[in-house]
Design a protein around this ligand. Structure first.
Ligand SMILES: [Mg+2]
Length: 270
């Protein structure tokens, strides 16, 4: 077993996976992979809203560096490679943690309590995440208080993550264990590995990375990041300590991650 001194946790879409279709991105991924694989004391985790199957698809499609952990389903599942096979398996200690955060419940209990609300496809549901989709014109945000109240009455401690896709005209609701997002799993790993916060770095590009950036570890904000997020983080970083924790890369996507890893000492300087 290798001794791990550093952890890089990275978002996938828009961070390690490029979205602009430029041909040079594949060479940038290759360069990063070569550099990272030389760092024997650094571990890698992907932290994403994707489920395991789509994570593995993305890794294969883009030939991404092989990670040590996968944080999937917006932080509600944590996988590690099985020592005896080449399969990824759920971390049992993390499952216990999720159940505790849900007030002793699972997503099945959520489904039962919220019967009648429009559920997403069964393939989108997991043990600790139940997801819904509403037409925007139904003004689903008005349903949130009653949904919250129903869950509370059943003793389910939940986090409601609501988002609107203006292009499709759909609104999405994820019901997760309370306090759980991608950064929850990152800090779970940090504790397990007993790493100093200075040795844990998170890379991301959008609103669902914001919690992780503000969670007391190092942050790499890639250059293509959402301008709203950049503004938010710059306003938040009002002390030297917070400013030192954030690195705003001049490069987009994985080249920005590479630049940030050099900045924080995870990779040697260019
Ligand atoms: Mg992203």
């Amino acid at each position: 077993m290798k001794t791990i001194l550093y952890l890089l946790a990275s978002d996938m879409d828009g961070t390690i996976i490029p979205l602009d279709g430029k041909p040079e991105r594949r060479a940038e991924i290759h360069r990063f992979t070569n550099a990272f694989e030389k760092q024997k004391d650094a571990a890698l985790a992907y932290a994403t809203g994707r489920d395991l199957e789509r994570v593995l698809q993305g890794m294969a499609e883009w030939k991404l560096p092989e990670p040590d952990w996968l944080i999937c389903d917006v932080g509600t599942s944590l996988y590690h490679p099985d020592a005896d096979s080449d399969r990824w398996i759920l971390c049992e200690a993390y499952r216990k943690e999720m159940k505790k955060q849900f007030g002793g419940h699972t997503a099945d209990d959520v489904a039962e309590i919220l019967q009648g609300y429009p559920e997403q496809d069964p393939s989108r549901q997991t043990e600790f995440k139940h997801s819904y989709v509403f037409p925007v014109e139904d003004e689903p945000e008005k349903l949130l208080p009653e949904i919250r109240q129903k869950l509370q009455a059943a003793g389910i401690k939940a986090e409601l993550v609501y988002s609107v896709d203006v292009y499709s005209g759909e609104a999405f609701l994820d019901v997760l264990p309370s306090g759980v997002a991608k950064d929850y799993a990152v800090h779970f790993l940090r504790n397990q590995l007993q790493l100093d916060t200075n040795h844990v770095t998170y890379a991301g590009d959008s609103g669902n990375d914001e919690h992780a950036f503000k969670s007391g570890i190092n942050g790499i904000v890639v250059n293509n990041a959402d301008p709203k997020l950049i503004g938010e983080l710059k306003a938040w970083a009002d002390t030297d300590e917070k400013r030192d924790r954030l690195f705003f890369a001049s490069e987009p996507f994985i080249a920005g991650v590479h630049e940030g890893c050099r900045h924080f000492g995870l990779l040697p300087p260019a």
